[in-house]
Design a protein around this ligand. Sequence first.
Ligand SMILES: NC(=O)c1ccc[n+]([C@@H]2O[C@H](COP(=O)([O-])OP(=O)(O)OC[C@H]3O[C@@H](n4cnc5c(N)ncnc54)[C@H](OP(=O)(O)O)[C@@H]3O)[C@@H](O)[C@H]2O)c1
Length: 304
Amino acid sequence: MILVTGVTGALGGLVLGGLSAVDGLEVVAGTRSGDGTTARRIDFDDPATLAEGFKGVDVLVFISAGYAEDDVVLARHGAVTDAATAAGVRHVIYTSLAGSGDLMSIALPHRWTEARLAAAPFDVTILRNGLYSEIPAGFAMVGAESAAATGVFAAPLGDGRMSVVAKEDLADVAVRVAAETQRDLEADGRSRHAHKTYELEGVTAISGHDLAEVLTRALGRTVEYQTVSLYDTREALAGIGMESYQVTHAISMFSNANAGLLEAHDTDLTTLLPTEPRPVHDPIVKAVEAAAMATGRAPATKGR
Ligand SMILES: NC(=O)c1ccc[n+]([C@@H]2O[C@H](COP(=O)([O-])OP(=O)(O)OC[C@H]3O[C@@H](n4cnc5c(N)ncnc54)[C@H](OP(=O)(O)O)[C@@H]3O)[C@@H](O)[C@H]2O)c1
């Protein structure tokens, strides 16, 4: 039996949907809101739910739950590791962070979790997920209003480029790895993915200049990119009420972008997907066009 955690989330939902479509697999949903009928209650902050929820599970698809201070995330992920060990889970697949993010502050709980899982008695596969394409799309969407008014798209990316990936591709890889692992275990073997770490970096890297170009087309006026200092960005993020740990992680990501560290040069994505990775440019364009329309300043027909 395969259990997927965090199924109300975007990634967990896609993974559950993909696995449920595979013939002959027993797949169970795990979520903090589970009531034991359609989904099991799995709350990493409540270890009792894990002891009960992991019963009978062969393969655990462990979706990281990273929105909290590091001490909370470490406690959550440590509890999952301990409960999976106690329940006799045979194989854990963990959604981690890609190698290009090694110097980002969010890498710490991911690398700690990888090490904690590696020391456990079950087999492990680490899916080191690249940054989602929604991240640069979000920057451009937030900047659309001001770009429409001023012709400037401001973002704290320096001249760096950020490799991004479609979440659907990450889900497809997780589905493949989980399904093949369950089959291998049923055949009384060990998963072909045991103790593998896959770097699922995006194959497309996006810069601030690229986003200004997208805005230019969406708004029908020339938009130029200008970088913003990290100092001003930190003040602005704190000013809009963002939680302080989120400010820390956001600034760390922008520092890495400025340093040019978020552009990946190698990926396992292409070998694990059955087809080419999904293009990330088109969904970004669509999201930005919608934001541009909302400004009321987008031309009726855009020259694309
Ligand atoms: N690679 C990237 O660019 C990137 C970006 C953002 C986040 N991430 C990481 O990737 C994970 C999945 O991404 P996503 O897009 O699916 O995020 P999402 O839509 O925000 O979903 C995250 C899910 O985590 C689960 N969760 C939160 N706290 C939990 C807890 N205490 N115990 C158990 N589950 C908990 C929740 O699922 P339930 O409510 O169903 O329990 C939640 O829906 C995130 O949680 C984060 O760690 C990666």
